[in-house]
Design a protein around this ligand. Structure first.
Ligand code: SAM
Length: 373
C-alpha cells in the first residue's frame, strides 16, 4: 500500500529504517515502542496529552465489548454501507483503537485495502497482527490528511470528544472519498445524553445526570464537544454529503430485560458502561480542576451504584452515513447501464420492438454511452 505514516505524535517516533514517506505502527513499534508517548495519570495510561480517554488494558476490554455490541446491533454486519463481498473497496478507519473493526473488515472483504489510523497504539490490540490488507498507521485526523488515493469508505466510530472541529474532519473525509464513496460515523457517548432512565426512576437528582452533564460542560469549555452534534444529519450535509441516513438503536443497560437477546445486550452494555465510567471521566474531571482524582472516583462509584440499582436504563447508539455525490459521468453511466439492461430484458422477453428494433436500441444506447447523442 502506498499510503504511509503521516504525522508522528512525537517527533522522532518514526522508524529510522523507513523511507521518507513514513512508517506504519507495526514498524514504528518494532523499532522502539518507547518512542510512543505513554502518560501515566491517576492510575490510568494515556497515549496523548490531549485526548481524554485512556489506552490501557481496561479500556481495551471496554472497546472489545463495545465492538461486540455494535455487531449484535447490526445483525452481525460490520457496516451499514452496501458493499459487495467481492468488491475491492479502499477503506479508512479513523481512530481505529485496538483495531477490532478494521481487522474484521479485512477478513470479510479480503480484497479490500484498509488503512487503520490512530494517534496511539493499544499494547495488546490487534494492530500488531501482520495482515496483507490492513495497514496500521499513526496519524492525527485533526491534521491535514495526505492520503494518495481516495477511499470508498471512511469509518469513524467512538470519536466523540476527540476533535475540536468535526466540520473539518468531515470536509477532509469528503475530499478523500471517491465520488459515490461513503462516510459512516457511529457513537453513543453517555455525555451526549444518550442514557435514558426507566419510568419509575427519579432522574432529576441522579448522580448519572450530574456525571453526564458535568462531562458535557467540561468538554464544551475545552472546545472538544461531546454533545453528539456531529451525528446530526445537518453536520454531514454541511460538508457536502448526500443521502444522509441515521440508524438509531436504543439498547438496555442491565439485567432487567426479560427477552433473552435483550438481556444479553443489557449485560454487555452494563459491563461496557461500568468499565467506561472512569475512563470517560477521570481525565476531564481532574484536568478541569473541578474534582480531585479521589472526588472523581467517588462520583464514578456513586454512578456505578445508581446504575446497578436501577431498572429500565437504556442507551442510544447512533450510526450516520452519507455519500459523496457520484460524478455526472458516473451517474450517466449508471443510468445507461440500467437502460441497456432493461432493453435487453424487453428484447429477450417479448422480441419487442420487432426485427432489428432491439439492435437499433442497442446502437442508440451505445452511441449515448459514448456521448454521441
Ligand atoms: C474510544 S476509542 C474508539 C476506537 C475504535 N474506533 C472502536 O470503535 O473500537 C477512540 C480512539 O480514537 C483515537 N483518537 C483520538 N483522537 C484522535 C485523533 N485526533 N486522530 C486519530 N485518532 C484519534 C484514540 O487514540 C482511540 O484509540
Amino acid at each position: 500500500m502506498e499510503d504511509k505514516y503521516l504525522q508522528p505524535e512525537v517527533p522522532g517516533a518514526r522508524d529510522s529504517d523507513e523511507d521518507s514517506d513514513g512508517a506504519s505502527i507495526k514498524s514504528t513499534r518494532s523499532c522502539a515502542s518507547t518512542t510512543l508517548p505513554q502518560i501515566h495519570e491517576n492510575g490510568r495510561r494515556y497515549c496523548s496529552t490531549v485526548y481524554f480517554m485512556p489506552n490501557d488494558e481496561t479500556e481495551l476490554t471496554r472497546l472489545n465489548i463495545t465492538h461486540q455490541i455494535y455487531l449484535i446491533l447490526l445483525d452481525g454486519c460490520l457496516t451499514t454501507v452496501p458493499f459487495n463481498p467481492k468488491s475491492t473497496p479502499r477503506i479508512l478507519d479513523v481512530g481505529t483503537g485496538p483495531g477490532d473493526w478494521a481487522i474484521e473488515m479485512s477478513a470479510e472483504f479480503p480484497n479490500a485495502e484498509i488503512i487503520a489510523s490512530d494517534i496511539g497504539v493499544f499494547d495488546s490490540g490487534l494492530g500488531h497482527l501482520s495482515l496483507p490488507n490492513v495497514d496500521f498507521q499513526l496519524a492525527d485526523a485533526q491534521s491535514e490528511w495526505t492520503y494518495h488515493s481516495p477511499f470508498d469508505l471512511v469509518h469513524i466510530r467512538g470519536l466523540s470528544g476527540a476533535f475540536l472541529d468535526w466540520g473539518r474532519i468531515y470536509r477532509q473525509a469528503f475530499a478523500h472519498l471517491k465520488p459515490g464513496g461513503y462516510i459512516e460515523v457511529a457513537d453513543s457517548d453517555p455525555a451526549g445524553e444518550t442514557i435514558s432512565f426507566g419510568e419509575n426512576t427519579h432522574s432529576e437528582n441522579s448522580c448519572l445526570k450530574e456525571y453526564t452533564s458535568t462531562l458535557r460542560e467540561i468538554a464544551k469549555e475545552a472546545g472538544y464537544p461531546r454533545d453528539l452534534e456531529h451525528l446530526q444529519t445537518s453536520a454531514l450535509s454541511a460538508a457536502g454529503f448526500v443521502d444522509v441516513r441515521v440508524l438509531e438503536r436504543t439498547i438496555p443497560i442491565g439485567l432487567w430485560p426479560e427477552d433473552d437477546q435483550e438481556k444479553t445486550l443489557g449485560k454487555m452494555a452494563l459491563i461496557a458502561l461500568l468499565e467506561g465510567l472512569e475512563a470517560y471521566a477521570l481525565r476531564p474531571l481532574t484536568a478541569s480542576g473541578r474534582y480531585t482524582s479521589d472526588e472523581a472516583r467517588q462520583l464514578c462509584e456513586r454512578v456505578q451504584e445508581e446504575v446497578l440499582g436501577s431498572s429500565g436504563l437504556r442507551i442510544t447508539v447512533k450510526i450516520v452515513t452519507g455519500r459523496r455525490p457520484a460524478s455526472y459521468a458516473q451517474k450517466r453511466q449508471d443510468v445507461l447501464a440500467r437502460a441497456m439492461a432493461k432493453a435487453k430484458v424487453i428484447k429477450e422477453k417479448d422480441g419487442f420492438p420487432g426485427a432489428g428494433g432491439g439492435k437499433r436500441i442497442g446502437i442508440f444506447l451505445e452511441k449515448k454511452r459514448k456521448g454521441r447523442w
